[in-house]
Every structure is written in structure tokens, then in C-alpha cells.
Design a protein around this ligand. Sequence first.
Ligand code: AMP
Ligand code: MG
Length: 488
Amino acid sequence: MAFSLIGDDTAQFIAPTPIPDPYWVAVSPRAAELIQLPLGADRLPIDPDWLAVLAGNRLEVGDIAFPNPMATVYSGHQFGHWAGQLGDGRAILLGDLHGQELQLKGAGITRYSRMGDGRAVLRSSIREFLCSEAMHALGIPTTRALSVVGSKQGVRRETMETAAVCARLAPSFIRIGHFEHFAALGSTQRLRELANDLIQNHYPECQHKNGPFLELFKAISERSAKLVAHWQAVGFCHGVLNSDNISALGLTMDYGPFGFLDHTALNHICNHTDTGGRYAYHRQPQIMHWNMACLANAMIPLIEKESPSEDAADLLRGALSAFPPSYEAHWLTLFRKKLGLEAEASGDMNLIEHLLQLMHANRADFTTTFRLLAAIEKNASALDSGWRDQFADREGADEWLNMYRIRLEQENTTDDQRKIQMNRVNPKYILRNHLAQQAIVLAQADDFSGVNTLLDILSNPFDEQPAYDAYAQAPLPNEVVTDLSCSS
Ligand code: AMP
Ligand code: MG
């Protein structure tokens, strides 16, 4: 467990509050592998005691025991404003298993629950479970989800719903908000412990350099820049990029009102509570940069001690300025791959931007458009039509296609090679909100087949799965999910 967070001022040692009559909703076989948890043919843990453990009702199973479950304290900026102390208000860390921390979200009230009930609902737990595993399969750094366990216990949100517990896994759940918390308290000792914990356990490359704390800042910022480039490349909108939801390990974390772009709107806001669009799709890179500024600010006391002869704020400002070019470089690399481009040509950025603007203007489906682009050959053919059909503005589409074909002349790959490479990076299947919603509605009626089917499809997002073609389709107008809020 994060040793830097063990202490009376940093955490509360508290057992989860049991939930009545827990039942399995789903288990992720790949996440189970991570902690070497054996599953049976029914895809559930062979040892039935795991149900009680992952419900928060029991603290040992076989020869594994979790003697010190705990909730940690952090603070943070929410929607651009300092929110003061927050903390694990409904997440309880059970302990470590094979290098992963096992945390139960929705495990009951802690010292940090404030006005909350410590619970999570089935709906949001299924969404977090599916998206964590889908993101991992897409090759995007993320906390993982091992299981969802349900209970008929009622939980009040906008309407009455039922409780669930999502078991999450990550090498560490340390957030930018942890740094901000100790910085706000003026506790440089705690900040140092936190930074050393990260360096020792997660950023060993920072250990031997002069100024390891500045190196740590650079490394976190670099991972975060890469992470947000990944999000942009699959059309993922996080929805609540508050600094308390930003991992210090560069993982996607705290899935709430997230959404993938369907009909492309670059200013898409997936969280309807976010009326100003602070966390809209096209603002995510800027916002991640802003969150890194929060981290830099929190780390000033560490850098002051580390480099007393220099201006700590200046050093951090310098390090922070590496974020935009790093993000841009990752973005360009990822989008070049999406277009099947191996060479680097100076006009590539414009070519990609032009395509995104065209998709935006035509509300082309983000995932389908990139997936179908692989069918385009160096010479115009009947295969063009699938891709062109994504655009009402055929002239605009053809204009772009011409530029793309001219650009392809600089490539040494054959059409077939390019198609294979593009299909490895442009998913066919993503967790579309309407699909998650359909699985949730079934699960709310105790049918978990929809959750498990989606989990299986999304575990192989780049493969053609002909039986599941319908799951690759954009939502019909009546299927679009429009009212996702922070309520979870
Ligand atoms: P989130 O918006 O889920 O990232 O949560 C922001 C803060 O509110 C975190 O400190 C959470 O632990 C806390 N929180 C959210 N929902 C609840 C709840 N139902 N009960 C207690 N705390 C909660
Ligand atoms: Mg959160």
C-alpha cells in the first residue's frame, strides 16, 4: 500500500460497511489474471468467499487477508475552483495483491464522505467497470476493474436505485489531489514522503538524477500529456477532469459521466452538469496542462529544498512548458498512425486537423470514420463509398480524400499493409453510451448478459467480430444518451 499515505493525518483505517445479500454482476477475466485470481468456467472466482470480499463484507479469503483497509485524504480543484479537503468518501483500499492495490468503490461511509452516503449505484459501477476494461484493451493507461457486485440495498440519487461495489485495481491510486492536500496544509514532510513513494515504486528512473523531485514532476507531466493524447485519438471525453480525479501515474481514473464521441462534435460536453463546457472534448489537453500546473504549484516546497540556489517556481514553470509540445508530438504520432502514415511530412498536422474539422462539420461518427478509412486505397475505387457515406458534404470529403491520396504517395506501404496497420489502431468497437445504457437496463432487471457481452466485445476492440456488427454502429437519434451527470 502507498506507505506515504499510512498515518493518522493521511488516512482512516476503516473496514467497508457490509451490504446485504451481495450478488455477482460481472468479473473481468483479464483483470483477475493480473492478481492471479483463478476463475471457474462460469467466469467467477472458484473460491466463493471472494463474493463477500469484493462486496466489502469480509476481509480474508483463503490465505489472503486484508487487515488494514483504509480511506485516504486528498484535496483538489473542482471545475477550476479550490474545493479544499475531499478524500476517499466511498472508496476503501483493501490492500496489495501482486503489485496491484485492490480498492472497493461504493464500500460505505468514511471520515471523508462529507454529505455523501458512501455508496455507488449499479448504473455507475457498470459504466466504470466496462470502460476501465475497454480502455485497457484499447491500449490506454487506466485503473482496472476486477468486478461489480450488486445488492438490492436502495440508494437515493435523482431516483431510487440500488447499490453496487466496483473493485478497482491500480499500482497506486495516488492523485494530484494528494499533493495538493499536503501542500495546502504546509506539510512538506508529507509531500516529500508522497514524492519518494512515487519515485521508489513507480518512477524509478527519477531516482538517481540530480533533483529527483523535479524529474518526478516532469515524468508525471509527460505521462499525463501522453494520456490525454490517447484520449483525443479515440474520442474519449472524461467528463470531470478535476485535479482530484487525475492520477499521479498517468492513468485514466474515476470514470463518471464519460463518453466517447459518436457523431463528432469537437466541442462535445459529455457531462451535462458541466454547463460551461470546461471539460469539453477539445479542451481536455488544456485542462490536463492546467492540472499539471496545480501539481507544479503543490511541489514548489519540494523543489525549493531540492535546489535551494535556484528559483523553484521558475524551474517548475520551465518543466511545465514541456507539456504542450509533448502533447502535440504524441497527438501527431497517434493520429499519423490512425491515418496509416509511417513517414513524417510537414503537412500532416494540417491534414489531420482538416479531417477532424470535416468530421465535425458533418457530424461524422468518430470511430466509424477512422475505421472505414482503412478501406481507402491509393487509387480511387468502389471501396471509397463506405467512408464517403459518413459525410453529407461529399465534395468536402472528396477534397480531403484527394489530399490524403497525394500524401499516401509518400508512403512505402501497400494498401493491404496499411489497412492491417490502421485496423490495429482504429478500434471497431468502443463503449458507446447507448450500449452501456442498454446493458445497464438489463442488469437493473437482474440480467447481466448484456454487461458480459459488452465486456467480451470491448476486450478485442480492433478485431472484426461479425456476430456483433450492431455494436459498432453509432446510436440512432432515439438512442442517444444526453443526460449524464456527476450523479453516481
Ligand atoms: P467524484 O465526483 O466521484 O470524483 O467525487 C468527488 C468527491 O466526492 C470524492 O472525494 C468522493 O469520494 C466524494 N463522493 C462522491 N460520491 C460520494 C458518495 N456517494 N458518498 C461519499 N462521498 C462521495
Ligand atoms: Mg473522484
